[in-house]
Design a protein around this ligand. Sequence first.
Ligand code: ZN
Length: 76
Amino acid sequence: MKVYCPSCKKTVEWADTSPFRPFCSKNCQLIDLGEWADEQKTIPCGPSKDAETSQLPDIEDIEALLSQQGDDFFNN
Ligand SMILES: [Zn+2]
């Protein structure tokens, strides 16, 4: 059975002789892992990053609500 290396599209024998399968080499495996890591960086879905991004808008919403309620209070 042969597969295509996801990084360079070379044919790779799906056997014990290809320890980095489906990649043709360790280099291609590292390239793919690097691209995967880059994608992870662009998407803010890490455990700590997610908490930061989900909390910040909430605080802004609360502040906006408070200021709106304050305006209503003074207008009434
Ligand atoms: Zn390759």
